[in-house]
Design a protein around this ligand. Structure first.
Ligand code: FES
Ligand code: FES
Length: 177
């Protein structure tokens, strides 16, 4: 009887992790953060408060930043899950956002950086020209104990500016009539 209950309580969650099909069994109550780290082995996602306050565990589901400690693994069934490991290829160059974090020393101790990167990556897709106040507002969802949000803000604003500049230079110019 106990065995039957234990077996019934397991679900196999199948999803795409950073573009690769993955699947693993978990209980209905398993948090997405634990599933990502313990079952999928993607330990770049960190866990801090485990109750939705600090933002360290932030990942993206279908491109939208979510707190993985406030999401059940079964809710990710069939969806696109992106973690910090997916921001660039394992042996490829870092993304422009990661590179800006490195140049501005926005990494600080690094513990909450993965979650911040995933939020910023989502945010910049939706908001390509943010003001400093808007970036600070977005970052208020992340509690970084290193303080010094200033390098992070600089990195985000610089990435946004560089992307706008690249987008402008890729617009074909037409000869004047
Ligand atoms: Fe999820 Fe803190 S660990 S918000
Ligand atoms: Fe250290 Fe945020 S980078 S706590």
């Amino acid at each position: 009887m106990t065995d039957t209950l234990a077996r019934d309580a397991l679900h196999t969650v199948r999803l795409r992790l950073n573009g690769t099909s993955r699947g693993a069994p978990c209980e209905t109550r398993t948090l997405l953060s634990d599933f990502i780290r313990d079952s999928l082995g993607a330990t770049g996602t960190h866990v801090g408060c485990e109750h939705g306050v600090c933002g360290a565990c932030t990942v993206q589901l279908d491109g939208v930043a979510v707190r993985s400690c406030m999401t059940l693994a079964v809710q990710a069934e069939g969806r696109e899950l992106a973690t910090v490991e997916g921001l660039c290829d394992a042996d490829g160059p870092m993304s422009d956002l990661q590179d800006a974090f490195k140049r501005h020393h926005a990494l600080q101790c690094g513990f909450c950086t993965a979650g911040i990167l995933m939020s910023c990556d989502d945010y910049l897709r939706r908001k390509p020209d943010p003001s400093e106040a808007e970036v600070r507002d977005m970052l208020s969802g992340h509690l970084c104990r290193c303080t010094g949000y200033t390098p992070i803000v600089r990195a985000v604003l610089e990435t946004a500016a560089q992307r706008r500049s690249r987008a402008l230079s890729s617009v074909p110019s037409f000869p004047e009539a």
